[in-house]
Design a protein. Sequence first.
Length: 281
Amino acid sequence: MITRFAPSPTGLLHLGHAASALHGWQAARAAGGQFLLRIEDIDATRCRPEFTTAILEDLGWLGLDWDGPVRVQSAHFPDYRAALAQLEARGLLYPCFCTRAEIAAAPHGPDDMPVYPGTCRAISARDRAARIAAGQGYGLRLDMAAACGCVGTLAFHERGVGRITCQPARFGDVLLARKDTPASYHLCVTHDDALQGVTLVTRGVDLFAVTDLHVLLQALFGWPTPDYAHHALLTDADGKRLAKRDKALTLRALRAAGHSPAAVRAMAMGQSAPAGPGRYA
Ligand code: GLU
């Protein structure tokens, strides 16, 4: 059993992160397996090194230990580029020159991102080459229809639920590299789970839908599909999910308020609610 916690250092860890980490840590320790820590800092516009430092410190305070070195994604861009090159060589990617504003009005998919209307899929090879030569910025999109044509029926095992059949096509031609970020979360997370031999992914249920994309990428690359265990999200007193802006429930704030690591572990696992907001949906 190999589990992992893979936070993005875009803010301080809160109780929801602690739940993801604890589920993975407990599963690994109970099975005599390994628990890995990975920092998903591919988006340089949103991630900050001081949050990485805080994550390591907060997890240590919480009483979690991890096995082996911490993988920091920003140090491995060539790995992700090589994976993208494989898909490109199979004709499964195309450059997209659209700006966010140009596609913002498209209907949104299950991940609440606009489903790409396919504008740049139709651009001829000659025009693409000319635009790139002219220095126009571009991302890389997966040709979803072509990708789905390469694989059979896809499914994964959700712990405590059973077999979930995947429907990745509903996401449309997803971006696997952005103009300003050489690889997307979906590519990097599946690449690294495979590289690191992760057998159980524990994370919030907000990532349940995009698991379909991850399973598609695993099938395209011939990577194994781990088991998944998506946990409920912590919500505030109004039933809204906790976000990084909810400062009161960061591990830092709880620690400063005098809660012990054991008490915070219990809160995160839904065994006791902190005074005030914070409970499972
Ligand atoms: N890095 C992602 C996040 O912080 C989580 C990735 C995952 O657990 O699959 O939202």
